[in-house]
Design a binder for this molecule. Structure first.
Ligand code: SF4
Ligand code: SF4
Length: 97
């Protein structure tokens, strides 16, 4: 999935830096290199690359991450990969479908 880009500024991913303990698990599980660790804290380095799969939030040991998985166009893309045909997310966006 190299080069994947989500629509700009719509990903629901949120990071609570005050809670983060810098364990690096989010970096390990994220398929799109959304995170980096700086000064023993995670940072969101590329939010628009997030496909809202939810892996980081599920694996964060202190619940510093939240994301609403599988909504909108991310859901559409996943459905299309799985079904190998066209699925409708219904967003009607100009850059979608
Ligand atoms: S998994 Fe959670 S605690 Fe660990 S670095 Fe990422 S945000 Fe911080
Ligand atoms: S939801 Fe998935 S793609 Fe987005 S930052 Fe978390 S692990 Fe990466």
């Amino acid at each position: 999935m190299k080069g994947f880009r989500y629509l700009k500024n719509v990903a629901t991913l949120k990071l609570d830096s005050d809670v983060c303990i810098g364990c690096g698990m989010c970096m390990n599980v994220c398929p799109h290199r959304v995170f980096r660790i700086d000064a023993k804290k995670a940072e969101i380095a590329d939010k628009d690359a997030c496909m809202e799969c939810g892996a980081c939030a599920i694996n964060c040991p202190v619940k510093a991450l939240s994301v609403t998985p599988g909504v909108g166009c991310a859901s559409y893309i996943l459905q299309t990969w799985v079904k190998k045909d066209k699925a409708a997310c219904g967003c009607g966006g100009a850059e979608c479908c």
